[in-house]
Design a protein around this ligand. Structure first.
Ligand code: NAD
Ligand code: DAU
Length: 348
């Protein structure tokens, strides 16, 4: 039996990773560690919560002593680290909490792993899940490769870049076995409706304005979340120690074009007239420091580990919209309480 610690497993991507590992690896004990911030929700995992190879632990990765106890208590062999503050707009309002969780929290996990494993690094792995935003912003041409220099612009991406550097420093200084992946924008079920796609689906359903930052011309490279989880599985098992892998879908969309696809899909599934909800598009003040374009070159991951996205975007976005329409109670639950305050502060 291997004991695998997945941090942030109650969040969007983490819940998909936990589900994949619990279902596909019955010989692993999966320990999901999450402090259940506003973004963490155990409802995301209700289908696997009673499986015998699954344990949930509520804890804060910044609590170093608690991390040491957990690594010893569960005899941890591998870590897949996703816990983070993840929303760029929140990082602009409150950079401290991003530095705390993303930098200090990662450092506390690294130190706990090093102390637990120091006598024997064999078969151990610290996998840090990072973002393409560490590479900064592209112009009209080119892609981020694993060799692109770091150039973060938001407090969020600066905190993720810093955590990546700490992970590499633990490899170079102490020999800690590690791997990092940097992924592009994810979409799919269970994403908190502060991010573009679920926010806009929900607003279209309720005939609320769709706040498009700037002119809507920024470009993102979208990947279906289950494909990200599959990539994490492959890299965790076959990735070369000390290496970095970029994960992306070769699927770039200008925000305004993507928004029109979302509108078309929601309107059609709700039986509204074609394009009816386009009237909800509302151009608002641009995000401060808004990166223009992200585009990932994931050739290394394809050539070395054989991973490719499995889903065409049209299919993925339809599945995603349907999921949100069919899971209104989930949306209602996560948008009650504090979300209302956040929404007012952010958009009014
Ligand atoms: P999310 O915000 O949906 O989930 C984050 C999870 O971490 C939540 O369950 C939250 O409760 C937990 N968490 C936060 N602070 C914690 C702490 N101090 N201790 C323990 N748990 C804590 O985020 P996500 O979108 O699922 O992203 C997961 C990871 O993937 C992050 O590291 C993010 O940087 C990275 N990433 C995200 C994307 C994307 O498009 N969403 C793309 C590339 C990389
Ligand atoms: O690239 C990977 C990153 O993708 C992850 O590391 C982050 O955790 C994740 O949040 C995401 O960051 P973005 O800032 O790209 O995602 P977001 O959904 O917030 O915004 C996508 C684009 O849509 C971006 O150009 C900003 C724009 N936008 C967003 C919101 C929330 C709007 O125009 N209006 C909005 O209300």
């Amino acid at each position: 039996m291997k004991n695998i610690l997945i941090t942030g497993g109650a969040g969007f991507i983490g819940s998909h990773v936990v589900r994949l590992f619990v279902n596909n690896y019955p010989d692993y004990n999966i320990i999901n560690l999450d402090s259940l911030t506003y973004a963490g929700n155990l409802e995301n995992l209700k289908d696997i919560k009673d499986k015998s190879n699954y344990t949930f632990v509520k804890a804060d990765i910044c609590d170093y002593e608690e991390m040491e106890r957990l690594f010893m208590g569960f005899d941890i062999d591998g870590v897949i680290h996703l816990a983070a503050e993840s929303h760029v707009d929140r990082s602009i309002k409150d950079p401290f909490s991003f530095a705390k969780t993303n930098v200090m929290g990662t450092l506390s996990l690294l130190q706990a792993a090093k102390n637990k494993w120091r006598d024997n690094y064999n078969d151990k792995m610290f996998y840090h899940v990072s973002t393409d935003e560490v590479y900064g912003s592209l112009g009209d041409e080119g892609f981020f490769t694993e060799e692109t220099s770091y150039d973060p612009h938001s407090p969020y991406s600066a905190s993720k870049a810093s955590s990546d550097h700490f992970v590499r420093a633990f490899h170079d200084t102490y020999g800690l076995p590690m791997v990092i992946s940097n992924c592009s924008n994810n979409y799919g079920s269970y994403q908190f409706p502060e991010k573009l796609i679920p926010l806009f689906i929900n607003n279209i359903c309720h005939n609320k304005p769709l706040p498009v930052y700037g002119k809507g011309e920024n470009i993102r490279d979208w990947l279906f979340v289950n494909d990200h989880a599959r990539a994490i599985d492959v890299i965790f098992h076959k990735g070369k120690l000390g290496d970095t892998y970029n994960i992306g879908g070769f699927n770039e969309w200008k925000n305004i074009d993507l928004i029109k696809v979302i509108i078309k899909t929601v309107d059609s599934l709700l039986g509204r007239k074609k394009g009816e909800s386009e009237k909800l598009i509302t151009y608002v003040t641009d995000r401060a420091g808004h990166d223009f374009r992200y585009a990932i070159d994931s050739t290394k991951l394809k050539n070395e580990l054989g991973w490719e996205p499995s889903l065409q975007f049209e299919e993925g976005i339809e599945k995603t919209v349907k999921w949100y329409l069919e899971n209104q109670p989930w949306i209602d639950n996560v948008t009650s309480g504090d979300y209302q305050k956040y929404y007012k502060e952010m958009y009014s």
